[in-house]
Design a binder for this molecule. Structure first.
Ligand code: HXC
Length: 262
């Protein structure tokens, strides 16, 4: 029997729990092929629709989050194939449809498409052995899953140009200094820390989480005035939810809130 391309687990014991997706091609340093990305997309959509799930974590193993798109597969592609099958757009971008928070827990290599996949997540918690890079230039291509757009927004033009044009890797200290990752943790604590962050998220109101995520993405992807107008409309709309009444009442009465996801 062939190994599954991804492994999924459910963690936590609250009303809403965390779905963990492990990328599982260890012999290829978790290189991401089409079949794997289709499976991951299906898992993501399933968890997004599942009311018992509050947060999703994507991880790899201690050696690699993912060393990129699968070069052995890509080597056979020609222009018409990638154009007609909408390579990347068709299955990688399923991740962008997920409304629940998605955390990337990165240890080891996150290169090329692996770095881009991590950047499509809402934030990155990195192990102290993580290494990031966009080495596509060495293969005669360029980043193709958003790397030339998301990396400069995260770390600025100078560092992006340096990484994209030289193809070098950056270690986790540089990645944290430049704003690519939100926290660095010891490698043997990575999953524990990511699951603890996810558990904290799971305790909150699902609607306000989804809308907070949408607003931050607006800032990341668009202009300031549009983003602020969008945020204000969303902010006002949350006063129509029961969770807003509950959250504020709980605070004023010095008790824990019981969010009912509506
Ligand atoms: C397919 C890969 C792979 C990849 C590693 N492997 N990366 N296979 N696609 N992206 C395979 C190797 O061929 C090898 O297979 C096995 O994994 C172990 O890798 P080694 O090179 O032996 O390991 P090591 O010496 O530790 O070097 C690690 C490494 C190196 C520095 C990460 O593997 C490497 O440079 N990989 C390629 C990184 C890269 O260029 N990524 C970007 C891809 S392009 P065998 O069978 O020999 O054991 C991309 C496009 C993005 O991502 C745009 C669209 C998403």
């Amino acid at each position: 029997m062939t190994e599954p391309l991804i492994l999924t687990e459910i963690h936590g014991d609250g009303a809403r729990r965390t779905a963990l997706i492990r990328i599982n091609r260890p012999k290829q340093l978790n290189a991401l092929n089409d079949a794997l990305m289709v499976e991951m997309g299906q898992a993501l959509i399933g968890f997004d629709r599942d009311d018992s799930i509050g947060c999703i974590v994507i991880t790899g193993n201690e050696k690699a989050f993912a060393a990129g798109a699968d070069i052995a597969a890509m080597a056979k592609y020609d222009y018409m194939h990638v154009h007609q099958t909408e390579y990347i757009t068709r299955n990688w971008e399923t991740l962008l449809q997920v409304r629940k928070p998605v955390i990337a827990a990165v240890a080891g290599f996150a290169l090329g498409g692996g770095c881009e996949l991590a950047m499509m997540c809402d934030f990155i918690i990195a192990a102290d052995n993580a290494k990031f890079g966009q080495p596509e230039i060495k293969l005669g291509i360029i980043p193709g899953a958003g790397g030339t757009q998301r990396l400069p927004r995260a770390v600025g033009k100078a560092k992006t140009m340096d990484l994209v044009l030289t193809g070098r890797m950056m270690d986790v200290q540089e990645a944290e200094r430049s704003g690519l990752v939100s926290r660095v943790v010891p490698a043997d604590k990575l999953l524990e820390e990511a699951l603890a962050a996810a558990a904290a998220i799971c305790a909150y109101s699902g609607p306000s989480l989804a809308l907070a995520k949408a607003c931050v993405n607006k800032a990341f992807e668009g202009g300031l005035r549009d983003g602020i107008d969008h945020e204000r409309r969303i902010f006002h709309s949350l006063f129509a939810t029961e969770d807003q009444k509950e959250g504020m009442d709980a605070f004023l009465n010095k008790r824990a809130p019981r969010f009912r996801q509506r």
